[in-house]
Design a protein around this ligand. Structure first.
Ligand SMILES: Nc1ncnc2c1ncn2[C@@H]1O[C@H](COP(=O)(O)OP(=O)(O)OP(=O)(O)O)[C@@H](O)[C@H]1O
Length: 262
């Protein structure tokens, strides 16, 4: 499998836009008048203090939560419900426990409209791609946390969704497994290009994975900043002064938020 060109990435991924969006559950708004765009084929990282509304924004982009006001747009069209074009990957425990690895992936393919005849073969290809050969018949409870996240990654990207919302998918993993999963995400995203909105608390992960990093303010407060990462996904560039400056900007925005909170 080959790596997609910039043009292919843009063609495969959709644009996602929040335009003056306010989101709430029962009480005061969690997110107020937020405007933010994910460009076609990019990885946009959302970070910010705990409880600031990162998962809430993902839910709204997925079509699981309607805005009180403002517009949510996917390729310019209003998002009113969930769509097979927009997938969601959660932190853990989102696999169906009574289905095998293969069957969990086949279900994702079915939900994305893949014909029944090719699903098993496609699921097998995904099992291979995420490094789980030999585990197709296993149930999720018999896998490690890292292996379950491999299945989730396959489920998220299988069937070529045009956007994938990822909610701290590696948050529960140990450092080494997390680094392996970051590499696997980048590899699979390169061969299966799509727009990714990725939530993390981890500044290093944000600057490693994102084309851009959006720092949300505390709940109800304005967006702090959006930082461009100069060489996204290039571990060799992490020590470059420009990358360090980008990281420092993210940290400063987070620090500023924390200062306001205290
Ligand atoms: N289903 C819900 N019903 C009511 N309130 C909710 C619901 N989900 C989240 N909230 C509240 O909305 C706020 C934002 O939650 P959200 O999970 O979006 O934040 P977050 O930034 O993702 O947090 P964390 O980093 O801790 O995961 C919190 O105050 C939370 O308690």
């Amino acid at each position: 499998m080959t790596t997609a060109t910039v043009e292919e990435k843009i063609a495969a991924g959709m644009s996602l836009a929040l335009d003056g969006v306010t989101l709430s559950y029962t009480g005061a708004p969690v997110v107020r008048s937020l405007s933010l765009t994910a460009l076609p084929g990019e990885i946009l990282v959302l970070t910010g203090p705990s409880g600031c509304g990162k998962s809430t924004v993902l839910r709204a982009l997925a079509g699981l939560l309607a805005p009180d006001s403002g517009r949510i747009l996917a390729d310019g069209a209003a998002v009113t419900t969930t769509s097979r074009d927009r997938a969601v990957v959660f932190q853990d425990n989102a696999l169906l426990p009574w289905r095998t690895v293969r069957s969990n992936i086949e279900l994702a393919l079915a939900l994305r409209g893949r014909p029944r005849s090719g699903r098993r073969r496609e699921a097998e290809r995904w099992i291979e791609e995420v490094g789980l050969i030999g585990f197709g018949d296993f149930l999720p409870k018999n896998l490690s946390g890292g292996m379950r996240q491999r299945v989730q990654l396959a489920r998220g990207l299988a069937g070529a969704p045009r956007a994938v919302m990822m909610d701290e998918p590696f948050g529960a993993l140990d450092t080494q497994t997390r680094a392996t999963m970051q590499r696997l995400l980048v590899e699979t995203w390169r061969t299966h290009p799509t727009t990714v909105v990725f939530v993390t608390h981890d500044v290093d992960e944000a600057v490693l994975l994102g084309d851009r990093v959006a720092v949300l303010g505390r709940a109800g407060a304005p967006l702090r900043t959006v930082v461009d990462v100069p060489w996204p996904r290039d571990r060799d560039a992490l020590d470059h002064p420009d990358t360090r400056a980008a990281r420092a900007k993210v940290l400063a925005a987070l620090g500023h938020t924390n200062t306001q909170e205290n």
